[in-house]
Design a protein around this ligand. Sequence first.
Ligand code: ZN
Length: 152
Amino acid sequence: MGADIFCTPKIYETTFFETRQFLAVYNIRPVIRGHSLLIPKRHVVYLTELTSGEINGLKEIMAAVLPRWLKAFDSDSYNLSINAGEHAGMVVNHLHFHIVPRSDKDPLQGKLIEFYHMLNNDRGTWSKEVPKEVERLRKIFKYKPTQKRLSQ
Ligand SMILES: [Zn+2]
């Protein structure tokens, strides 16, 4: 277990879905509305530390989350990315996958460099819409947050 925020109960404040191995969490500073994170419950830093079972767990949570999540943001496309290591923009030292819904209406469409610059420098912004989006997603996913500490 690590000492980062993803290993504390606080992460459940913005969680909207979970499986046995992964959490789906709304990003508190989204670069685009809908920007979320998929986070393994077990503390690992790099993708290569995931077990084969956890890789399957990643596919499982993606299959469970993506269709309804894309629909929730009126989107049919998304970016999936990892910032691995400090100089790649990894802010929290616990593996996480950014998923960002994209559409022809998003403000960073056609601005790939700006998009990754924001993503890799944690340049999204919190707004009062963030907790509303968390509540909306929890309704869509029929998710009741638990406050139990991540224990793996
Ligand atoms: Zn951790």
